[in-house]
Design a protein around this ligand. Structure first.
Ligand SMILES: *Cc1c(COP(=O)(O)O)cnc(C)c1O
Length: 379
């Protein structure tokens, strides 16, 4: 099956009870047994629920994996991966990663004795310096947020193989429509399905996809033992979202390209961060591991004025000023005053999050309306 067919049919079959084409929402905790242990594969919904299983099968299919696991949020999915490790183990992580992942690593897991190195991974040689006998996991996020840096997944896979490390990739920004990390050598793919997989800004959920049975069994054990599972209603919403992932992503990419080009020509814009530009520092890697460049764009304005950028995001009318990303509607954010406000100015500026930086999650509205909105807001 090819990708667009997989988003609709991958891992799915009509429900055995009445032939329902969409998985019913099995809003139940428990399942009747004929005799002790005589059940139809489901005993208790923390361990397994048919709606969640339908979603997990779909996720495994679109990521070219064999196993999927769904959790109550993206962070709960990451939490399960880190619980593969034990005190004394070390992780090498992308430096400019999602703030919530950074908080989970440093404020929760470091206390439990796991050590994290946050490394600029744009050049894979940088990573090798941090490998030692305790290193167990490479945690890679690409493209990064909000600077849209690209990390070479294949290069990381070579390193992971050489030192016998697990390679996990947060594929939230790219989605499997653009990038399939398991095929590039990753062991685990993670998503905040809250974003593009769900696609409609109405559900918080996280997933993992993987190929290896032994690793899947260990993660399933953690999923059931820790219990951070998603409910059947939320599983249904993400399953429904996945069925249109390919057409949504196609439009996100088209609109993203037009807006990146529009901004690059605008006299008030200083710099546009979008991996589709030939002069993006990692454009060649982006081109080799992604089929297109997505709908996430960041830009700065000339003069780097904090108030000016606040005024721009406040003036937007079609773009909504909000956190999050990946929904059908266009969103705009100002990292310095929103997602990165708690990071000291000098620290955030080191990674490129300057006062005027604005991040766009370009939606799937008519491009003319989006550009007109930017035009009136930037002035
Ligand atoms: C949102 C996000 C997460 C966290 O997911 P939640 O569903 O909010 O828990 C992790 N990684 C990336 C890249 C994200 O954008």
């Amino acid at each position: 099956m090819k990708f667009n067919t997989k988003t609709i049919h991958g891992g799915q079959k009509p429900d055995p009870a009445y032939g329902a084409v969409m998985s019913p929402i099995y809003q139940t905790t428990t399942y009747a047994q004929d005799t002790p242990g005589g059940h139809k594969g489901f005993e208790y919904s923390r361990s397994k629920n048919p709606t969640r299983s339908a979603l997990e099968n779909a996720v495994a299919s679109i990521e070219n994996g064999n196993y999927g696991l769904a959790f109550g949020s993206g962070l709960a999915a990451i939490d399960a991966v880190i619980k593969l490790l034990k005190s004394g183990d070390e992780v090498i992580s992308t430096s400019d990663l999602y703030g919530g992942s950074y908080r989970l690593f440093t404020a929760v897991f470091e206390k439990l004795g796991i050590k994290f190195h946050f490394v600029d991974m744009e050049n894979t040689d940088n990573i090798e310096k941090f490998v030692n006998k305790n290193t167990k996991l490479l945690w890679v996020e690409t493209p990064t947020n909000p600077m849209m840096n690209i990390i070479d997944i294949k290069g990381c896979a070579v390193l992971a193989k050489k030192y016998n490390l697990l390679l996990a990739v947060d594929n939230t920004f790219a989605t499997p429509y653009l990038q399939q990390p398991l095929d590039l050598g990753a062991d685990i793919v993670m998503h905040s399905a809250t974003k593009y997989l769900g696609g409609h800004s109405d559900v918080v959920l996280g997933v993992l996809a993987l190929k290896d049975k032994e690793l899947a069994d260990r993660l399933y054990f953690i999923q059931n033992a820790s219990g951070a599972v998603c409910g059947p209603q939320d599983s249904f919403l993400v399953l429904r979202g996945i069925k249109t992932l390919h057409i949504r992503m196609q439009r996100h990419c088209e609109n993203g390209r037009d807006i990146a080009k529009y901004l690059a020509k605008h006299p008030k814009i200083e710099r546009v961060y979008w991996p589709g530009f030939k002069d993006h520092p990692n454009h060649d890697i982006a081109k080799s591991q992604m089929t297109d460049f997505g709908g996430m764009i960041s830009f700065t304005t000339k003069g780097n004025n904090y108030e000016e950028s606040i005024r721009i995001v406040e003036n937007l009318k079609v773009f909504t000023l909000a956190e999050s990303l990946g929904g059908v509607e266009s969103l705009a954010g100002h990292p310095a005053s929103m997602t990165h406000a708690s990071i000291p100015k000098e620290e955030r500026e080191k990674t490129g999050v300057v006062d005027s930086l604005i991040r766009l999650s370009v939606g799937i509205e008519d491009i003319e309306d989006l550009i007109a909105d930017l035009e009136q807001a930037i002035g």
